[in-house]
Ligand binder design. Structure first.
Ligand SMILES: Cc1cc2nc3c(=O)[nH]c(=O)nc-3n(C[C@H](O)[C@H](O)[C@H](O)COP(=O)(O)OP(=O)(O)OC[C@H]3O[C@@H](n4cnc5c(N)ncnc54)[C@H](O)[C@@H]3O)c2cc1C
Length: 398
């Protein structure tokens, strides 16, 4: 049951229809406003909470709609078709909330996941630091134990949603002590905890309706029970499975939009006594885009199905700890990011000189889609990870 209006959770088909109507009715046509860099337009998203669909993946036992990742691919694609920054804001809580869902204590889950569905809140993950973005093993934020509390100190470079999130999942390292080796931890920090401070919001070139922040922690103390149960670096690797797949779906949505604006343009663009849409070179470009879009969607759904299959197993937290980063999730983000960028390049050329101006929306889509191969580890790092984990013979794997 949904906590606010006490109606049955929507079916995946109903949910997709709601998101489609929301994307087309509320977001589409607001490019200039959503690209302005103004504060994230959270009020625009309130109707999704009223429909029980903000954070649509949260389990039903905590009041959520409990939709799977396979259903989420088309939802995110619909949102990103209208505005990639909104899609990013709305999906990125999956990273932190899935870590709580899998590795939080029953008390943490009850308190924070239920509040998220009841209030319609957001959450954020804070891994990246100045010297540790793709390679979190280099992180320097410290965790020290003080009685029944843990204390965080450090500076996190980029974190989406943390300026308004109800809780943060912060990654930190504890020093070796009493015979125990140094270790990485994932810690839940509730909004408003003393010592946690937003330093600034970054002025990003794309996804400008989203908010990505620099955050500092100075003697920030939370109860020891807020530390998630498991090795911190493995937990983030596992959390990234869901968000990497859905970030791939952002590229899918933006690519679909680019295809459609190219078609609209070609219908009216005169070319040698005809219209561009009658030209064979144009047809071949759009045919190529369609092939790429089809394979992007198929890859996102294949990876999401693998994720959902693990979630349906008797012990998903243990199974994820055994598997870590999924090959399908890594390759989905890489493939969709690279393919989406190819589509954006062809799309921007399509409009000639006007495609290089800010008068046309293609410049926004180009900047938006650029993020896909950068966030949650750049392609150089992911290529190496895929090689080390999945290509090297098992006895040489790291
Ligand atoms: C819009 C946006 C939102 C973000 N949101 C979040 C968030 O919510 N939470 C969060 O924790 N972080 C977030 N980030 C940070 C993001 O995850 C990192 O920026 C990303 O992982 C890249 O890391 P980096 O910035 O340290 O760059 P680096 O990985 O250091 O890359 C810099 C250069 O070094 C190269 N390089 C790095 N490692 C290797 C290697 N092993 N081999 C070869 N070359 C290499 C890269 O190819 C690149 O050329 C966000 C970033 C952006 C842009």
């Amino acid at each position: 049951m949904h906590p606010e209006n006490h109606v049955q959770a929507p079916s995946p088909e109903e949910a997709l229809q709601t998101f489609r109507e929301f994307a087309r009715g509320t977001l589409l046509g607001r490019d200039a406003e959503l690209d302005s860099g103004a504060e994230p337009p959270l009020d625009l998203y309130r109707p999704l909470h009223k429909s029980g669909l903000l954070n649509w993946w949260l389990p039903e036992e905590y009041g959520g709609a409990g939709l799977g990742l396979t259903d989420s691919v088309d939802i995110v694609s619909e949102l990103a078709y209208a505005d990639a920054g909104s899609a990013f804001t709305l999906l990125i809580s999956v990273l932190s909330s899935s870590m709580v869902s899998l590795y939080g204590s029953p008390e943490l889950k009850e308190e924070f996941l239920t509040a998220m569905t009841r209030e319609g809140g957001y959450s954020a993950a804070l891994g990246s630091e100045q010297e540790a973005g793709s390679e979190l093993i280099n992180l320097t934020t410290t965790l020290t134990r003080r009685g029944d509390q843990v204390v965080l100190n450090g500076e996190k470079m980029f974190s989406t949603n943390s300026g308004f999130a109800d809780y943060l999942i912060v990654f930190a390292k504890s020093a070796a002590e009493k015979g125990k080796p140094a270790a990485y931890h994932a810690v839940l920090v509730p909004r408003g905890t003393p010592g946690a401070r937003v330093v600034k919001r970054w002025d990003m070139i794309g996804l400008r309706s989203a908010g990505t922040y620099q955050v500092s922690f100075t003697d920030c103390a939370v109860p020891s029970g807020n530390v998630l149960d498991g090795p911190g670096l493995k937990i983030i690797e596992i959390g990234l499975n869901s968000s990497r797949i859905l970030i791939g779906a952002i590229a899918l949505g933006v690519a679909r939009r680019i295809r459609d604006i190219c078609l609209d343009y070609a219908i009216t663009k005169p070319l040698a006594g005809h219209k561009l849409i009658e030209n064979a070179v144009f047809a071949s470009k759009i045919g190529q885009m369609e092939m790429q879009i089809e394979v992007m969607r198929s890859q996102c759904r294949t990876a999401a199905r693998e994720y959902d299959e693990i979630m349906a197993m008797p012990d998903p937290p243990a199974e994820f700890l055994r598997r870590g980063a999924l090959r399908s999730a890594l390759t989905t983000k890489m493939f969709c990011g690279q393919t989406g960028w190819q589509i954006a390049t062809v799309g921007s050329e399509m409009f000639g000189g006007l495609g290089y101006t800010t008068d046309l929306p293609i410049s926004k889509y180009l900047r938006d889609i650029r993020a896909v191969t950068i966030v949650e580890a750049g392609d150089d790092v992911l290529r190496e990870l895929v090689f080390r984990r999945f290509v090297l013979p098992p006895n040489r794997r790291i």
